[in-house]
Design a protein around this ligand. Structure first.
Ligand code: MN
Length: 254
């Protein structure tokens, strides 16, 4: 019986987490370790400057007063260190995690933490549109998890899944697209007349590049993007090589 760790960044009380856990329960021994409150856009933050509390709130159900990364770290290196889970699943996030947004995503970072600790992982996020419903997302997630338990064996690669508004037109394997926040920061006055700021208040502009996650989701397809943590831009290595020669002396003299 495979052990499946379920986590998220929307917190233990989110419907997406409950639906995902319920959907994968027939596939293995499900254990839930999730943040005690919403941690969206927590990225890959690890809490290092204060103690963390881990609390069992039900059978195979724990909360952590920290980030999604803290949850996966405590689950894999402490709670289940004697028998690591076979798969980490994160989500289902309320809102998409596509294109450039993947670096902010706590949902995806939880999956990457599994990857770093040698456990294959899948992140699930849902576009919240007119017909938004976690139920079909969870039903498809279970199908993919069943397949992943057999085939998704390389922990260096995570799968980033984004659901469109149901019903789904099909599945597309994609690359990351681009998005821009045109009006990035909103400035307002608080009741005492002091300025405050709200980041990302306006909807972003999505670029539907061919073969991208954004195009797939906008066309009604479930998008699956394989991601890895090697952020090296390999084509630049050759073109930057001449710097070794030009600035070598400067480095030695510094
Ligand atoms: Mn979230």
């Amino acid at each position: 019986m495979p052990r499946i760790l379920v986590t998220n960044d929307d917190g233990i009380y989110s419907e997406g987490l409950a639906r995902l856990a319920e959907a994968v329960r027939p596939l293995g021994e499900v254990v839930i370790v999730a943040p005690d409150r919403e941690q969206s856009a927590a990225s890959h933050a690890l809490t290092l400057n204060r103690p963390l509390r881990l609390q069992e709130i039900g059978p195979d159900r724990w909360i952590v007063d920290g980030t999604p990364t803290d949850c996966v770290n405590l689950a894999l290196l402490h709670l289940f260190r004697d028998r690591r889970p076979d798969l980490v699943v994160s989500g289902i996030n309320f809102g998409p995690n596509m294109g450039d947004d993947v670096t902010y995503s706590g949902t995806i970072s939880a999956a990457f933490e599994g990857s770093l600790l040698n456990v294959p992982a899948i992140a699930f996020s849902a576009f919240v549109g007119e017909h938004f419903d976690f139920v079909p997302c969870a039903a498809f997630a279970a199908e993919l998890v069943a397949e992943a338990l057999v085939l998704h064996r390389d922990p260096r690669i995570i799968l980033n899944v984004n659901f469109p508004d149901p019903p789904f037109a099909g599945v597309r394997v994609t690359k990351l697209g681009r998005r821009e926040y045109e009006v990035g920061v909103i400035e307002r006055l608080d009741p005492r007349g002091r300025k405050y700021y709200w980041i990302g208040g306006e909807p972003p502009v999505w670029h539907r590049g061919e073969g991208t996650d954004i195009e797939a989701v906008m066309n009604g397809h479930v998008s699956i993007t394989p991601l890895h943590l090697d952020m090296t831009h390999h084509p630049s290595i050759a073109s930057l090589r001449s710097i070794e020669e030009r600035l070598g002396d400067a480095a030695r003299k510094a």
